[in-house]
Design a binder for this molecule. Structure first.
Ligand SMILES: [Zn+2]
Length: 444
């Protein structure tokens, strides 16, 4: 079989690694699913005469964005209930709706809606945490998108599992089924310290080591979590995780808005990865993640949107800009999280946390062809003094024109290539009606 060779010819290429580098008049060459070279345009014909050339004038190529924390199927709950305190929001709206609706079909439609939104916005990989991870994985695979699905563990019965044992059994079966899937890997996804028992955490530690997968956990999202840990376990959540052997470089800690300086030193020493979700933290008034101080200690910080119910978008361009701005405002230091670092947090750092740094996160020979093209020559991003600054501070996701995952075009000229947009609209509309009925019929 003849290998298919594609040469993408944009105005600029931002590989993210080496940091700060911008290539002009270069081509990115892919052999099938893999990036094989970034070469000057005038060398292309000699080096790769067989390449199919795709001209991308006025556009910049960068690695696909990595959404480090999502609950993709919750896209169906977008805007169902807003402007409420966390517990009222959960107890009066989100949980009742989920109790009545979550099942394979709900997760398929919700995940497909989320995948479509993320692809159109330049996200090529997402780290998911939801029930029916088998359905989320298959939905993502059908769309050609890359995903990391969590094995959910929570001490509450749901449509997915009714006992701790069943959560493990079903989750391990999903992991097994996905072992040969090139686009999907797994994590353990215990919900949060206040909803997971010591026994379950101990089992997760053992299995995660054996299976060599990360542990994806909501941690220190808001202040009450610390108080409740002292009451239930007589210690701080970090102490508890340390005792259980989970506070290490396998841990992907989501939120982390309640950190003292001593906690931050411990995070850095342990090599814990921090998944920062600024919009969700602001919207639920949970607190602020001290990103500048974590970065100064050498902590790997990456960016996620959280679910669309608490954001309310899955827009990684908006999230990255917010992360950069918030880090400056919160630390009082305008030099904190400069543009090139913010972009790395949205790409390479996410890959590192997910154990995928060898495959994705930057445009380098040997890595997978997860690439996006962004129209930078539009009015709203002119003039282009500094490409990376424009990408972080001025670009909107509507400027993403083309998206490739593992060398396959999933979006061309803003059109989804593997998903049926009309069907997604229709099916989402049906769930909208059903969810509205459930939300309105609940006792107040
Ligand atoms: Zn979350």
């Amino acid at each position: 079989m003849v290998e298919h060779v594609t040469a993408l010819l944009p105005e600029w290429i931002v590989p993210v690694h080496p940091s700060g580098e911008v290539h002009e008049h270069h081509a990115l060459v892919m052999h099938e699913d893999t990036i094989s070279a970034i070469v000057p345009r005038d060398k292309l014909d000699d080096a790769f005469p067989q390449a199919e050339r795709i001209e991308l004038p006025g556009k910049v190529l960068l690695p696909g964005l990595i959404n480090a924390h999502a609950h993709s199927a919750m896209a169906l709950l977008r805007g169902l209930a807003d402007d409420l305190p966390l517990m009222r929001w959960l107890e009066e709206h989100i949980w009742p709706a989920e109790q009545q609706c979550v099942g394979p079909e709900y997760v398929r439609v919700g995940t497909e809606l989320a995948v479509a939104e993320m692809l159109l916005g330049g996200t090529t990989c997402f780290n998911d945490n939801y029930f029916f991870p088998d359905v989320a994985a298959q939905t993502s695979i059908r769309a050609g998108m890359r995903a990391v699905v969590g094995i959910p563990i929570i001490s509450v019965p749901t449509a997915w599992a009714t006992s701790e044992d069943e959560y493990f059994r079903r989750g391990l079966a999903v992991h097994q089924e996905l072992l040969d899937e090139p686009l999907v890997t797994t994590t353990f996804a215990p919900h949060a310290p206040y909803t997971v028992t010591d026994a379950a955490f101990a089992r997760i530690r053992e299995l995660a080591e054996e299976m060599d997968i990360p542990v994806h956990l909501h941690l220190l999202e808001a202040a009450p979590e610390i108080e409740s840990s002292h009451q239930q376990h007589r210690c701080h959540p970090i102490d508890r995780l340390e005792k259980l052997g989970l506070f290490n470089d396998r841990l992907l800690a989501v939120h982390m808005t309640q950190l003292t300086a001593r906690d931050m030193d411990r995070v850095a020493r342990a090599g814990v990865h921090v998944l920062h979700c600024p919009a969700s933290n602001l919207k639920l008034a949970s607190g602020m993640c001290p990103v500048a101080e974590l970065v100064a200690r050498g902590v790997n910080v990456c960016i996620g949107t959280d679910g669309a119910a608490s954001n309310n978008t899955l827009d990684m361009f908006a999230e990255t800009r917010l992360a950069a701005l918030l880090a400056k405002g919160y630390s009082g230091d305008p030099e904190a999280v400069p543009a090139h670092l913010a972009l790395a947090m949205a790409t390479l750092h996410g890959a590192r946390a997910l154990g995928l740094e060898e495959e994705i996160g930057s445009l380098e020979a040997g890595k997978q062809g997860d690439v996006i093209a962004v129209e930078l020559d539009r009015i709203e991003t002119l003039p282009v003094h500094h490409v990376v600054s424009q990408l972080v501070y001025a670009t909107g996701r509507h400027q993403v024109s083309d998206v490739w995952v593992a060398g396959r075009a999933l979006v061309r000229n803003r059109r989804l290539q593997t998903l049926d947009e009309q069907r997604i609209r229709r099916e989402t509309g049906l769930w909208q009606q059903r969810l509205a009925r459930v939300d309105q019929s609940k006792p107040s």
